[in-house]
Ligand binder design. Structure first.
Ligand code: NDP
Length: 453
């Protein structure tokens, strides 16, 4: 079977030049799936793996807009419609200068398995643009979003493809995108999730990814009869996922020591309490400032610049019990993994998508720590987007408690799927195999039922 994975990866690389993140995501999943293929030859016969790595549709488009100085700017827009075997395409939009086809394909591919794990009827997709919202005025962001939607609107719909937010796309961007969609289509439907509360959004959607990653960590700890109470936690990022990860860790009695952005990180030995978190939310969501300013305000904190060319990230080199990577892909490499393990970290719950390189993952799995990969640990966001879609269809809204209870239950179920599946395939405690196989089987069976399409 190792031969099958090797041949598959050779084909993937030949067919998709210059997409290292996509190879990484496929290779991780294919390695886990070799266990399933041995037991179920039908998947080989039906060429399910070969089909599942090929997007059903890729849309690439020009996004022209005019900046505040009157200059014409051109960005590139994408939507990857990866797999619709179990429901309409569903997955976020990312606005970040690093966005390219390979990154969005890796994200769309991961999304297929993640969405399946939630048990809700959602296929997988992802999209975005190389537009950088940093330093842009609200009007520039609005004009960009309108131009982006001028093309995207013809490809999406509440039963076809339902985008949401991701890096650089929060409530403000979803608002502008929804406004333009509504104007072009002349209809008010649940075509995007992460909407404002008074125009179709769901309570708890902004909190869901972070809360879910912490619920997942709590479930993993439960297998060792432990809780998050008094645990020291490292959190990276300071955006949507990081903020609500901190909030839920505090709810469950843990202590948070770090936060970061792409320039650097703060280490607060006194811990980031609720008041400091409130400051971070205002700094990041309203003032759109940098995390460095935290250390100017709170003297218990030290700010350190992160050198993107360094061979390790100093944020992951502190004594702690738990780590919640919540910034971006490949933010934990092999050296960082060694540092985390040496510093006593034994719980990792990934809020970000694919934040650990394959070398890092291998170290976590080999050392038998509680390692929750992103496609399981951060599925709470898309699960709550699924709940937003359900509420939109019913034209009815659940209370905060109802949505939070459902989210909590979904995270517990995903955890159970991972542990049961990894055990069934002879690798107990391996959440990577549990998530990859648990997510795959449902999609693969649906693809077989629906024929060669
Ligand atoms: P935000 O844009 O709200 O925040 C992103 C954070 O990560 C910012 O602090 C940003 O810093 C930092 N960051 C982004 N790119 C880099 C980089 N290249 N190097 C270092 N830091 C970086 O995004 P989200 O919080 O929504 O997303 C964070 C992660 O969680 C992503 O991997 C996303 O795919 C994943 N995710 C998000 C979900 C959601 O519901 N939003 C759902 C599931 C997963 P800076 O401001 O300097 O750019």
């Amino acid at each position: 079977m190792a031969e099958f994975v090797k041949d598959l990866m050779a084909q993937v690389q030949a067919k998709n030049p210059g997409e290292p993140e996509f190879y990484q995501a496929v290779s991780e999943v294919a390695t886990s799936l070799s266990l399933v293929l041995e037991k179920n030859p039908i998947y080989r016969k039906e060429k399910i793996i070969e089909r599942i790595i090929e997007p059903e549709r890729v849309i690439l488009f020009r996004v022209p807009w005019v900046d505040d100085k009157g200059e014409v700017q051109i960005n590139r827009g994408f939507r990857i419609e990866m797999n619709s075997a179990i429901g309409p395409y569903k997955g976020g939009l990312r606005f970040h200068p690093s966005v390219n086809l390979g990154i969005l394909k890796f994200l769309a591919f991961e999304q297929v398995f993640k969405n399946s794990l939630t048990t809700l009827p959602m296929g997988g997709g992802k999209g975005g643009s190389d537009f950088d919202p940093k330093g842009k005025s609200d009007s520039e962001v609005m004009r960009f979003c309108q131009s982006f939607m001028n093309e995207l609107f013809r490809h999406i719909g509440s039963n076809t493809d339902v985008p949401a937010g991701d890096i650089g796309v929060g409530g403000r961007e979803i608002g502008y995108l929804f406004g333009q969609y509504k104007k072009l289509r002349n209809e008010f439907t649940g075509v995007l999730t992460g909407k404002g509360l008074n125009w179709g959004g769901s309570l708890i959607r902004p909190e869901a990814t972070g809360y879910g990653a912490v619920y997942f960590a709590a479930e993993m700890l439960k297998t060792r009869n432990e809780t998050l109470e008094n645990k020291n936690c490292l959190v990276s990022g300071s955006g949507n996922v990081a903020q609500y990860t901190v909030e839920k860790i505090l709810d469950l009695g843990g202590k948070v020591l770090t936060l970061s952005d792409s320039n650097g990180y703060i280490y607060d030995e006194a811990g980031i309490d609720r008041e400091k978190l409130k400051y971070v939310m205002e700094l990041k969501n309203e003032l759109r400032g940098r995390i460095k300013e935290y250390a100017d305000k709170f003297k218990s904190a030290v700010y350190t610049t992160i050198d993107p060319n360094s061979i390790f990230n100093p944020l992951w080199n502190h004594k702690a019990d738990c780590a919640f990577p919540s910034a971006t892909q490949n933010e934990i490499n092999g050296v960082d993994a060694t540092n985390l393990l040496r510093n006593g970290v034994y719980v990792i719950s990934e809020g970000a998508n694919m934040p650990s390189t394959i070398e890092a993952i291998n170290q976590f799995v080999d050392s038998k720590i509680l390692y929750g990969p992103g496609k399981a640990a951060n599925a709470g966001g898309v699960a709550t987007s699924g709940l937003e879609m359900a509420q939109n269809s019913m034209r009815f809204g659940w209370t905060r408690e109802e949505v939070d209870n459902r989210l909590h239950m979904i995270m517990q179920n995903i955890h159970k799927t991972c542990t049961d599946t990894s055990e069934r395939y002879g690798t107990p405690g391996n959440y990577v195999n549990g998530a990859n196989i648990g997510g795959f089987v449902k999609v693969a069976d649906a693809m077989i039922d629906q024929g060669i399409v």
